[in-house]
Write a protein that binds this ligand. Sequence first.
Ligand code: FES
Ligand code: FE2
Length: 423
Amino acid sequence: MLRPEDNERLVRVGPGSPAGELLRRYWMPAALSSELPEADGSPVRVRILCEDLIAFRDSTGAVGLVDANCPHRRAPMFFGRNEDCGLRCVYHGWKFNRAGDCTDMPSEPAGTPLQAKVKIKSYPVHEAGGIVWTYMGPKAHMPAPPDLEWMRAPATHRIVSKTFEHCNYLQGLEGGLDTAHSSFAHNNDIANKRNTRTLDTAPLLDVETTDYGYSYVSTRRIGPDSRYVRIYHYVMPVQQMRGAISALDGTLRDIPEIDGHIWVPVDDETTNVYNWAYSYDHTYPIDPHHAEMRESYAGRGKEHMIPGTFKLIANMSNDYFIDRHVQKTKTFTGVPGVNTQDFALQEGMGAIVDRSKEFLGTSDKAIVTMRRLMLEATRDVERGAPLRGLDPAAARDIRPYDNIVKGDVDWREVFAEELRAKF
Ligand code: FES
Ligand SMILES: [Fe+2]
């Protein structure tokens, strides 16, 4: 459980709030690159950390991220004209470049000193890994952008997607860190007695704090002589990655795949979840058809979204299409799609769950550690102490992994090669 004041400290993300100030010290995903497919294309609405912004790809192909409202009389920049290296407000024609400078003020006399004075709020942008990242914190504290293996993998080896979730980011993040739930929430075939994830429903968890957050491993006994070992990383502040060789039905796939998520607060009560996956084998690109099937299986394919949005058609208003007969006979939840199963449980807690009412067990160790690190970090921001996970070098070479280990050997040794980034 968390004291109500600590819960508040972690869930509020607007400017000036403890977690809001903390999250602003890290580079955060603001949009998918694919949302801005062309230079001088349509501007895109971005809401992040309770701030309304507009992203636009300018004539040079670089992305700008500016205030959603024009500094003149607050007209919506979303309707702006993206032209010749700037976004022009269509109310009176003031034009702003990526840096936020006003480059044209045609409604005022030529040479007006006002033009040099007026700026639109803008944030730095870094594009990598199919994602447009931004840094919204104080300029003096801006760290180097993240540089993780999945971001360096060639586009042919990587997929990224985004899903809008109707709850606070911490609920999503905790759901990702929670390894035990996959034995239940994602058990899609109760009759399968060979599932590596359900043979032992009480995994042992081992958490090791690192410079980027922590690494943790869940171990499930699956036979007299074998264990299913799954290694995860939590990368401060809102990212998690895990080995994805084991399929949900418990079979080990012949796919060199790793996946992860980044839970980016839209505001206190909603979240954009960035989903990524990549093949870490140079010789094994991800087939686009497989990528589409993968997203569909997770319940977040194109056909699952309300058109023009990243919101799921299966949502709390229709009880995520729960099928009670399927729940009786085949799956634990009766809800189709892994992503939908997660959302049903995380959103169903309410927009902001009251953590003072929880009873945590040993399988919640990773969640407890994340909360501790995040709480500490909010205090570190306040007293000007260094923050964990800011130096990209700390996480540059990490990689998660999962597989079966036979006999009494140390997984660290057996997996040593697989646990080091190669891209
Ligand atoms: S409100 Fe934007 S130019 Fe006037
Ligand atoms: Fe899940």
